[in-house]
Design a protein around this ligand. Sequence first.
Ligand SMILES: CC(C)[C@H](C(=O)O)[C@@H](O)C(=O)O
Ligand code: SF4
Length: 469
Amino acid sequence: MAKTIIEKIWDQHIVYEEQGKPDLLYIDLHLLHEVTSPQAFEGLRIAGRKVRRPDLCFATMDHNVPTRNLPTINDPIAKKQITTLEKNCTEFGIPLADMEHPDQGIVHIIGPELGLTQPGKTIVCGDSHTSTHGAFGAIAFGIGTSEVEHVLSTQTLWQSKPKTMEIHINGKLGYGVTAKDVILAIIAKFGIDVGTGHIVEYTGEAIRAMSMEERMTICNMSIEAGAKAGLISPDETTIDYLRGRRHVPEGEAFEEATEKWFALATDEGAVYDTVLEVNAEEIEPFVTWGTNPSMGSGISATVPTVADFVNESDKEALKKALTYMGLEQGTPLSLIAVQHVFIGSCTNARLSDLRNAAEVIAGQKVHPDVTAIVVPGSRTVKRQAEEEGLDKVFLEAGFEWRESGCSMCLAMNDDVVPAGERCASTSNRNFEGRQGAGSRTHLMSPAMAAAAAITGHFTDVRTMKLAHA
Ligand SMILES: CC(C)[C@H](C(=O)O)[C@@H](O)C(=O)O
Ligand code: SF4
């Protein structure tokens, strides 16, 4: 029977199953960071248990790390989480990329970079954006701290089989339209709950044309559409990205692995529980105006008005969001001024993201009312960007060039947007207070954030004059 990649990977990982009960799944890769692991290790310690497969674990420090004046951390809670992770990894024998390690970075950036993320794997982490790794054709999802403890001690996890969903993206993306715009448009169209109970496979011409980095941006935000996970069947693009990475098999073993990986792709005629379609050609560069990722529109639009909504609860939600965001109904998005620009996060802080932003700002200056920072997703991204001279492009334009980490995506370190100020951010969440108490977040692509940094307001990147053009 024709199967989806979701069913194939799931079935290959069942250790134990019983009618009407969750399945016990084997976990191939367990990623850890400092925020969601302390109690899990403590639980093991109290029960006198060991980590079953430390070799299938990999830890990094990302959420709390400072992006300047390393390694000084002033906040006592942040400091404790960092030192606790270090202690736990030493005690339980888990490999760790600590704050100053050359491999350090946001957990969802370094997994793929190091070749730990591979097709066909089950991958978990105590972090919702674990869905990022699905870009490789893996089942990758976030888990809670008690589940982290379960995986540490058994290398397995109880999971109910989710439903399958296909989101098919037809056609080609227009000039200036990126993967970030696609996923924001999908969430705006279908809502933040559309994926509930499902693992989503993204298919279609637009997905096939995307690089692995773009695919990661798409899968990263699956969770913002309510899905358990998001993935993409492997193809030549996947294989080309993986070849030669540190933890990927070499030589003949790589050829064998490649065959297995290709075989995972969804079979012709496989049936999904739910199918949705999007037309790439209709998507324009996107900006969010509200307090959840579905509250967004193409840049040529205006902030909605209550008249745009039929039901009372939607009208109320709009009013509440606009009050928090300090916006008037009907305002053209391109008239909204920003005070901060953040280029970073596990959604959009890979090398290609920095290149896209640098292309827009090259030879120009950051608007005098804007503070703009670039936080590379990992130390590797930072090094590679510096080798290409991207740091100079940003610095000359007036951006700050920082050390890697989660940073202003959720403001667990010193990188905070002040109350009442607006930030054009390449991250994935725009909830109230996400970038600091009272902060106002607008999600967009790196190119759109770069354009806003230069003009001081949201600007259609397609109208910017690029240095090389
Ligand atoms: C801190 C962590 C648990 C959290 C998550 O699970 O996603 C964070 O990474 C986030 O983006 O909000
Ligand atoms: S960059 Fe943001 S979304 Fe990604 S793991 Fe860090 S805090 Fe979570």
